[in-house]
Design a binder for this molecule. Structure first.
Ligand code: SAJ
Length: 433
């Protein structure tokens, strides 16, 4: 890679992180090849279209594809920089599965050449980048690999996690600070030079293991703090308190900032990544493990409370507001709202009306339950019970006049002006002895 030339880049994995990353790098003027195992994904991108939803991504991808800066393939070709952005799920015992990372490494190893930079972005347990390095060293004994050779290495390997928020990915990809962890300091400097091309936030160099842990710690921090809020909400139910009022008041303290309770923690990051730390140090992580348990349990608490409310009013029609895993997005994967609503649908059938403006139709598990999808206006006109599960703006703006006479179970605290007697008492009837 010559310093005056823009490097060619290969992004491995064109999912929620890989595709926006590839598009942003292409926008900076680098020629990017996106690699994916799915022919369908590859064809979609080569038509200038996208297979995921993210604000402004469609226009950006269309632009860089039509300018010839981004193309996709199932076949790897040589490049100057390789960015790996593949999933790292966990198995049923919460053990991290890095097989996609290693498969990506096996794919690119044959085409690596002197001067190349390999960057892992996937959320990974500590030590994964070194494992990737060892695998490349084994497959390419002809290359001097960093941390293995005593001489100046032929290639550089680094770990650089993303920290973007779904719904704000493009903005955060360029503006957030980045941790750039090299297998050696030299590797970190090479990766830094690459990120400087498209990141406006500060890029801070460190070692690969620290960068791996940093990513996990960020999401575990959020999980633990949400667990505190969720535990407070369960305690408040028991004590007959309004948790939102308590949190609002407590947050007036200059050093207190409690997060928001909800129906549980969804998405594929915050509910997953803490387990990577627990798996690495099982004896030393009672807090992180307990937080996971508290957040998972919150879903079941919400189900029990909602069931009690619905059972106490056998004539009432019920609207469940929201299926997404969080506000204002159309991502329904690992969503507590979806889980809660489908449980209610299975139990109460056609009494359950689902309102989700971001879904064209109900997910598969609603088939044959009798539950139907309606819009918010129909829900306000026809349903006596409202169960708020997602804080979409379209729900938040419903004025009190249109819901004052409803029985409301608001798991997100979007309607602080809802008359308390209706909002809380009914739901508590059967739960608190
Ligand atoms: N949630 C609450 N209460 C809160 C905040 C969130 O119940 O006060 C719930 C949400 O409703 C959702 C879940 O937590 O179900 C996660 O939502 P989120 O907005 O906290 O996070 P994600 O999963 O969309 O993105 C996170 C972000 N990490 C942090 O904020 C530390 C993002 O910056 C990461 O890039 C992303 O994980 C990732 O890819 O790891």
């Amino acid at each position: 890679m010559k310093s005056d030339n823009k490097p060619s880049v290969c992004v491995v994995g064109l999912g929620y992180i890989g595709l926006p990353t590839a598009a942003v790098i292409a926008r900076a003027g680098c020629k990017v090849l996106g690699l994916d195992v799915s022919q369908k994904v590859v064809d979609t991108i080569n038509r200038g279209e996208i297979h995921i939803e993210e604000v402004d991504l469609d226009g950006l991808v269309h632009g860089v594809v039509s300018r010839g800066l981004l193309s996709a393939s199932t076949e790897v070709t040589p490049a100057d920089v390789f960015v790996i952005a593949v999933p790292t799920p966990f198995d049923k015992n919460h053990a991290p599965d890095i097989s996609y990372v290693l498969a990506a490494g096996r794919t690119i190893a044959p085409v690596l050449k002197q001067g190349d930079v390999v960057i892992l972005e996937s959320t990974s347990p500590v030590g994964t980048t070194e494992q990737l390095r060892d695998m490349i060293a084994e497959m390419r004994p002809d290359l001097k690999v960093p941390g293995v050779t005593g001489e100046i290495p032929d290639i550089s390997i680094a770990y650089c996690p993303e920290r973007v928020l779904p719904g704000r990915i493009l903005e955060e990809l360029t503006n957030n600070d980045r941790s750039i962890g090299g297998v050696t300091p030299r590797c970190a400097r090479k990766a830094l030079a690459f990120y400087k091309r498209f990141v406006r936030g500060e890029c801070v160099t460190t070692d690969a293991r620290s960068a791996e842990m940093t990513k996990l710690v960020e999401n575990a921090y959020r999980d633990v703090n949400i667990a505190f809020a969720n535990e407070l909400s369960i305690v408040s139910d028991k004590m007959g308190l309004d948790v939102w009022e308590v949190i609002r008041l407590a947050n007036r303290h200059p050093r207190v900032n409690i997060l928001s309770p909800g129906p549980g923690v969804g998405g594929h990051c915050i509910a997953v990544d803490p387990w990577f730390i627990v798996h690495g140090a099982p004896e030393e992580t009672p807090l992180i493990r307990t937080a996971r348990g508290v957040n998972d349990h919150k879903m079941h608490h919400v189900i029990a409370k909602a069931e009690a409310l619905v059972e106490a009013h056998p004539e009432a029609k019920v609207a469940c507001l929201g299926l997404a895993f969080k506000a204002n997005i159309d991502d329904f994967r690992e969503s507590p709202a979806r889980f809660v609503t489908s449980r209610l649908a299975r139990k109460f059938g056609s009494r359950i009306h689902v309102v989700e403006p971001y879904a064209a139709e109900l997910p598969i598990e609603f088939t044959d339950t009798g539950a139907v999808q309606i819009d918010i206006d129909d829900a306000l006109e026809t349903c006596e019970i409202l169960i708020v599960l997602v804080d979409h703006d379209v729900f938040r703006v419903v004025p009190l006049a249109e819901r004052a006479d409803k029985l409301v179970y608001d798991t997100r605290g979007i309607w602080p002006d809802q008359p308390r007697v209706v909002r809380e008492e009914e739901a508590r009837l059967k739960l608190v002895g």
